[in-house]
Design a protein around this ligand. Structure first.
Ligand code: AHR
Length: 349
């Protein structure tokens, strides 16, 4: 493990550090003692106690959703100074070029570990090769990268997005059977997340794998709402105008679902348990689970954001030279009105 003071000297006195200060200071968020604040890079005071901290550069892809906020907090809660970490955090605002810039900055600072949640799957080979050449282990979280050479990263912690999509399809099969509607013509619209992201690719593929077994299921349109409420609402508004007879909305995250629900309310279209449009959502953040309980969302397929403890566990193992797995898939549930009340109280996000 490198010493923090050495890093500070490198950053302050080295030509690389000067470049970083000039080029990268603006967009960085530095997390210390559980508080987010905008700072110029590496201006926090150091004392001798901090010399032994493990320096982790985290590139978070954005802050587009309630899920993302919970994911960031989970990282922040795990990688604290008390736990032995010095965390450098960057929010890429949903832009791959910002993530690449952040990772290069982490390499220049010679952090001990790079942790990053890639916004999309493609386009990472070059920067990952740079991290590998610098000897910095890379821990990928949440979404995945699509690379031929898996030695470009150390491990991945995330969710099984394809399985989530299949769970959505299987729920619809069961629901229609229970309602005696399994032979009805069923019109479906899909609000997709960020195109090319693991969550979008997996959920789209998983749901389509189930849908193709049902000739009477018609996917009228799939369009991206980029995982945000505002775009979800806008795209759903257009779909409601184009398709007067929607039976099912598959919305690939809760934020888009909330936007789409607003669009349905404004258009006077009924939805949920007693309404025309059945609503399938993903993530299962607290606010959405309350909507499941209220019958506004029929089913919410969980995507578990609590990944910080895994990062901590992996780094500790690596520090001790212990073996780790190449991938860790976090546990996930499916919530309907039948089981949601058991989980509502204890849920912190
Ligand atoms: O990659 C996980 C997805 O990203 C979550 O479903 C979504 O809410 C987030 O923006």
């Amino acid at each position: 493990m490198k010493r923090i003071m050495e890093k500070v000297k490198e950053i302050i006195f080295g030509h690389v550090g000067i470049c970083i200060l000039l080029l990268c200071a603006g967009p960085f968020l530095f997390i210390s003692h559980g508080i987010f604040r905008e700072i110029e890079i590496e201006q926090a005071p150091f004392d001798s106690d901090e010399e032994d901290l493990i320096v982790v550069g985290v590139s978070q892809l954005g802050s587009e959703s309630g899920w993302r906020t919970a994911h960031t907090l989970s990282i922040q809660d795990a990688l604290t100074k008390d736990a032995g970490y010095f965390l450098i955090f960057n929010n890429a605002r949903q832009r791959q070029e910002n993530q690449i810039k952040a990772i290069r900055s982490f390499i220049s600072q010679r952090v001990d570990y790079i942790v990053f949640a890639p916004v999309i799957e493609s386009g990472w080979e070059t920067v990952l090769q740079e991290a590998k050449d610098a000897g910095i282990p890379v821990i990928i979280i949440d979404r995945m990268v699509d690379v031929d050479d898996d030695s470009l990263y150390t491990t991945w912690i995330g969710t099984d997005a394809r399985n989530e999509g299949q769970k959505a399809g299987r729920w619809l099969e069961r629901y229609l059977r229970t309602e005696g509607r399994q032979s009805d013509e069923i019109n479906i619209v899909v609000l997709q997340g960020t195109i090319g992201s693991t969550a979008e690719i997996g959920r789209t593929r998983g749901f389509e794998e189930i849908a193709k077994n049902h000739e009477n299921w018609h996917i009228l349109e799939s369009a991206t709402g980029d995982f945000t409420a505002i775009k979800g609402k806008e795209v759903m508004r257009g779909m409601l105008r184009r398709y007067p007879d929607i039976d099912v909305l598959v919305s690939q995250n809760d934020d888009m679902t909330m936007g789409a629900i607003e669009a349905m309310q404004e258009a006077g279209v009924s939805f949920g348990e007693h309404g025309k449009v059945k609503v399938i959502s993903f993530d299962a953040i607290h606010d959405a689970l309350e909507m499941v309980d209220a019958g506004m969302i029929n089913v919410d397929i969980e995507c578990n954001p609590v990944q910080g403890a895994y990062i901590d566990m992996i780094i500790r193992k690596l520090e001790k030279g212990e073996p780790i797995e190449k991938s860790y898939v976090v546990e996930e549930n499916v919530f309907t009105k039948d089981n949601v009340s058991e989980f509502l109280d204890g849920r912190t996000y």
